[in-house]
Design a protein around this ligand. Structure first.
Ligand code: ARG
Length: 276
């Protein structure tokens, strides 16, 4: 057997001390979990990113009011969010099956959806409006009768149009996303599009060459409110409601709103909805 020389002994001792040191340190942190910096949980959030200015693709990235809003809210709630574009119909499936933690997609809170999902408190006021070519004879919702109307399938736009033209009307052309419905109008395949006011107003404004105008009909189309849509019974709802109220209070909501819409939001109106 080889004799342990003076130097190797010192070296061996040093290594042993290092190992012992690491060992205790490691044991300490695992035993007391709170010493580790708290890791933020990443939530899977689904959307249909074809609904500017709420959510749309820009250079391969999902951007929009909803994106900035949910990032601010998630930060308040102590979560990271991973927003994924899955499309409108799949979004409902992803949430109901709990593969997604929630959805944000300019989703209107309504009784029908409440049967299968839980919603956050309202975060945006919206209403359906009618997008038509300049010079169109359509002046109100009732003028849509007998006309071809393009809508995004499975939206409240489809619902309010069905209420006017009949549930199975052949005059309603349904599309997988709202951009396709607008394309149908601009290419002459439809006389009008019915969709959320902010979306059709922005489109008309940003595409002056298309010569489109927007008309409203407050008698026919009700006020709607957007909410985050959770799987039924999700514990995240309470946490996100609280966080939404925080961004209402701390000025973040107004800052993001102004950035996207250039005006002041009516936060009081949104908060009043929570009383009902
Ligand atoms: N607010 C309407 C609804 O809930 C339309 C929403 C469509 N959203 C979207 N990202 N395509 O039915």
């Amino acid at each position: 057997m080889k004799k342990i020389t003076g130097w190797s002994f010192v070296l061996l001792l040093a290594v042993m001390m290092m190992l012992a040191g690491c060992g205790t340190k490691e044991a300490d942190t695992t035993a007391k979990g709170e010493e580790k910096p708290e890791e933020k949980k990443t939530l899977r959030v689904v959307t249909d990113a074809a609904y500017a200015p709420f959510e749309y693709m820009d250079k391969g990235e999902i951007v929009g009011f909803d994106v900035d809003f949910i990032k601010a809210v998630a930060k308040e709630a102590g979560y990271e969010v991973n927003i994924e574009h899955v499309g409108w119909d799949p979004l409902f499936v992803e949430i109901e099956s709990k593969r997604a933690d929630f959805g944000i997609s300019a989703i209107t809170i309504n009784d029908d959806r409440k049967k299968s999902y839980d919603f956050s408190v309202p975060y945006f006021l919206s209403t359906n409006k009618i997008l038509i070519p300049e010079g169109s004879a359509i002046k109100s919702a009732s003028d849509l009768k007998g006309k071809i109307v393009a809508v995004q399938a499975g939206t409240t736009g489809q619902e309010v149009t069905e209420a006017l033209l009949g549930k199975n009307s052949d005059n309603i052309k349904k599309f997988e996303n709202n951009n396709l419905a607008i394309m149908e109008l601009t290419s002459g395949g439809a006389d009008a599009v019915v969709a959320d006011n902010t979306v059709v107003e922005e489109y008309a404004k940003n595409n002056p060459d298309k010569k489109l105008v927007v008309i409203e009909d407050t008698n026919q189309f009700d006020a709607e409110y957007y909410g985050l849509m959770f799987p039924k019974g999700s514990e995240l709802k309470a946490e996100f409601d609280e966080a939404i109220n925080k961004v209402f209070e701390n000025g973040e909501y107004a800052r993001i709103y102004k950035e996207w819409f250039g005006s002041e939001p009516d936060i009081q109106n949104l908060k009043d909805q929570q009383k009902e």
